[in-house]
Ligand binder design. Structure first.
Ligand SMILES: [Zn+2]
Length: 226
């Protein structure tokens, strides 16, 4: 291994200073350009916004340490990218179709305590990931949730039933959820572990009529706040 080439290559004192200047300069350019984007801050990015950030990051990053990249060219790239961003957001505000195409659309994940299962759904979110997010928001079982919507930025909006209206539902805390079985021994009210559909089941084996899965766990109806 040629450690000298790997770590230093042509780096000398002068180029080191140039890198300091290039980095500081591009950092300021990116700051200015992001301010021009009109966004106040970023908590979650849509795919379209992520594309702009990647473009800016890549252009700015190259200019920080490649000797032969002229800074003005990079500044130009940044301003053109943000210009395109502003133009598209302006058109998107006028055209619902384009907005849906670039940003996606909000998707119903839960309706009336049951997971909405569509087999052609592109905006997929794994069940484990989704249950984990529900738990973070204090959900113990799906009977507490009236509606959950996956927003275009990837965050989850949850609408709860008031305590007196909480229904029976699929428990999502691991120690209860993991007691699922494909064979019912004691008769009772069970929830499908994939979609949360409820069924009053006698001993035996059953398939969920909503999603076709075959494993069940006892439903619970604890209120959300005591
Ligand atoms: Zn099901």
């Amino acid at each position: 291994m040629d450690w000298n080439r790997i770590f230093l290559h042509e780096l000398d004192g002068l180029f080191f200073l140039e890198i300091v200047f290039r980095t500081a300069f591009m950092f300021i350019v990116v700051l200015v350009v992001l301010r021009l984007s009109g966004k106040r801050g970023v908590r979650q990015l849509s795919v379209f916004e992520l594309a702009i950030i990647l473009t800016l990051g890549s252009a700015a990053g190259d200019a920080m340490f490649y000797k032969d990249v002229p800074l003005l060219a990079t500044v130009l790239v940044c301003f053109i990218a943000i210009g395109i961003y502003r133009l598209i957001t302006w058109v998107m505000a006028k055209s619902g179709y384009l907005e849906q195409l670039l940003e996606g659309r909000p998707v119903y994940i839960i309706e009336d305590s049951v997971m909405v299962i569509k087999h052609d759904q592109k905006d997929s979110l794994s069940k484990d990931e989704f249950f984990a997010e529900l738990r973070e928001k204090g959900v113990e079982h799906l009977g507490q949730v009236r509606t959950a919507i996956l927003e275009t930025e990837g965050n989850l909006s949850i609408f709860f039933y008031p305590n007196q209206d909480v229904k029976y539902g699929l428990p999502i805390l691991p120690h209860l959820y993991n007691k699922y079985s494909d064979t019912i021994v004691d008769p009772g009210l069970y929830a499908c572990i994939v979609c949360g559909t409820l069924n009053q089941l006698a001993p035996g084996r059953y398939r969920c009529e909503h999603c076709g899965h075959h494993e069940w766990v006892s439903a619970i109806n604890t209120p959300r706040t005591p």
